[in-house]
Ligand binder design. Sequence first.
Ligand SMILES: Nc1ncnc2c1ncn2[C@@H]1O[C@H](COP(=O)(O)OP(=O)(O)OP(=O)(O)O)[C@@H](O)[C@H]1O
Length: 267
Amino acid sequence: MTIPEAQAPLPAPHSHSEIPAIELRGLTKVFGNTVAVAGINLIIPKGSFFGVVGPNGAGKTTSLNMATGLLIPDRGTALINGVDIWADPAQAKPMLGIMPDGLRLFDRLSGPALVTYFGMLRGLSKAEAEERATSLVNVLGLAEAGNKLVVDYSAGMTKKISLACALVHNPDILVLDEPFEAVDPISAATIREILNNFVSKGGTVILSSHVMETVQKLCSHVAIFSHGRVLAAGTTEQVAAGQDLDTRFAELVGGVKSTEGLEWLRH
Ligand SMILES: Nc1ncnc2c1ncn2[C@@H]1O[C@H](COP(=O)(O)OP(=O)(O)OP(=O)(O)O)[C@@H](O)[C@H]1O
């Protein structure tokens, strides 16, 4: 399997010369015969609320995992505030708060104990980590779960406790893989508010989502992935090009598949 050449650089979605929160250069990953990520270039400006969208299997999770130091790229670099995460993980990783897809948590702990543990791993004192864990658990509506072990949490509760773990050390940049998946509408509104506040105070949020409406409402910037490539990236307004993001997405990646062949599926 030959590794594809890097895509031509996309125009930077920001006009000033500030170091981006995240910059991906020629990032590539091949699994067997599958080119999961085909040499992407992407700039995530500081202070942006950046949505990553694309069909199933487009390479979003693989790209985010390589960008955050979870999966070794075959080629290319990922810079976090200008620091190469694979060359200098000790400097780059503390700047990130990550909520990866299918994160394996130490799930034999209660929610508050897990968040406290993450805080201490990132250098907080026990007292400070506990205090922050308590406020995160309260705000995210997990206080009622008390000392229930995370292994016994529902899917939505697990998402929320992972988000608390990502936030506890007050990172510069949050990278969240489908943060709203399985989350109830009230909790989703709380998460939106937390993320909007985070961005309004100068933080950067990158999230992947399948819900175009959410991305269009929340995100200042967006990148559309398909078949391991970035088809479009820029401000949400630029990418949507005067249409609904949903319509633009279908235009770029292809429309709804015909259901021909499923005529037998009826009562
Ligand atoms: N560990 C792996 N081993 C083999 N193939 C993999 C592995 N991880 C991902 N892939 C493949 O790489 C491609 C990109 O997968 P990825 O999970 O990055 O897509 P995605 O855009 O996040 O999809 P989804 O929206 O369904 O979560 C897919 O074809 C997937 O089957």
